[in-house]
Design a protein around this ligand. Structure first.
Ligand code: GRG
Length: 291
């Protein structure tokens, strides 16, 4: 029998090339300004894992929805928003990072002005791609609404505001969870709910998928903090607001395993999914929790 890791590997091998092809072919058609296209393409095609569109596809696949070009367009839109958030996060006024995904950050290559505008362009284009698609109008409005809520001033942007304004203070576990849910979890939530909306799942399954999405988001962040733990790697700042600094490394690992279990249970509770292994396989990204 295939392991979950193999299932995920095959899923990625099937869909990442389709997402990459769509993104690279269509970002160049999105503007008549070459500099803007160069700057947007530079970050969009810099080798991201495409985790977010893959999550939407995993939901669609689980419910047997046939994947066509229009769906690839709609589910790839979130990758534009993810890329904009990374470009803006790297700016000197925010995290001031010179590198992203092993390459020069967008603003180092193109300047702060063009990097800011490339982020703005990507953010706006995401909504154009969804609105432009041939999906049913009611579904499109729901997707646009949910994406605006998840990425906007109630979601990711709010998370980033909490993050930049709490750098010099110690957060409680509850405050850290709110920050992470908004900054990172909301986009994952959108991706899962988008798949559920397109697949028209039942209210019962939607609730379980939402639980799965939140578990995935929290697991992602705890795992990220464990990888950045000063004892094991790169992060020099032991004062940083992280799960590892708040809980200790062993408790953080236990928490990760517990959250993954909750996410797997939610998947087990799905009533109408044809297959569930793909969704569960997404937790293999956080290998440490599988101890
Ligand atoms: C600027 C409004 C605004 C928000 C920025 C997402 C974010 C908010 C900042 C990025 C800081 C950061 C590294 C957060 C950790 C979570 C995260 C988004 C990691 C990168 O996501 P992956 O691993 O990246 O999916 P790839 O490179 O694979 O696409």
């Amino acid at each position: 029998m295939e392991t979950e890791k193999q299932v995920l590997g095959e899923f990625e091998a099937k869909y990442i090339p389709l997402i990459d092809k769509f993104l690279s072919e269509n970002i160049v058609k999105s503007s008549t300004n070459k500099l803007l296209i160069d700057s947007m393409s530079y970050s969009l095609m810099a080798g991201g894992k495409r985790l977010r569109p893959l999550l939407s596809l995993a939901v669609l696949d689980s419910y047997g929805v046939a994947i066509n070009q229009e769906l690839i367009k709609v589910i790839s839109a979130v990758e534009l928003i993810h890329t904009y958030s990374l470009i803006h996060d790297d700016l000197p006024a925010m995290d001031n990072s010179d590198y992203r995904r092993g390459k020069l950050a967008n603003h180092v290559k193109f300047g702060d002005d063009i990097a800011t505008l490339a982020g703005d362009g990507l953010l706006t284009l995401a909504f154009e791609w969804i609105a432009d698609s041939s999906l049913n109008s009611a579904v499109k409005v729901d997707l646009i609404n949910q994406l605006a809520r998840s990425a906007g001033p109630c979601g990711m942007v709010a998370g980033q505001v909490i993050d930049v304004s709490s750098e010099d203070s110690s957060l409680t576990l509850e405050q850290l969870q709110t920050l992470d849910q908004k900054k990172t979890g909301e986009l994952f939530y959108y991706c899962v709910v988008a798949g559920a909306m397109i697949a028209k799942v039942s209210d019962h399954d939607l609730e379980q998928l939402k639980k799965f999405a939140w578990s995935f988001g929290v697991a992602f962040q705890i795992y990220d903090d464990i990888l950045d733990n000063p004892a094991t790697g790169s992060d020099e700042d032991v004062e940083k607001n992280t799960y590892v600094n708040l809980l200790g490394i062993e408790n953080a690992k236990d928490k990760l395993a517990e959250i993954i279990k909750q996410g797997e249970n939610a998947v087990d509770n799905l009533e109408d999914a044809k297959v569930t292994v793909i969704l569960k396989s997404f937790f293999t990204y956080f290998e440490i929790g599988k101890r």
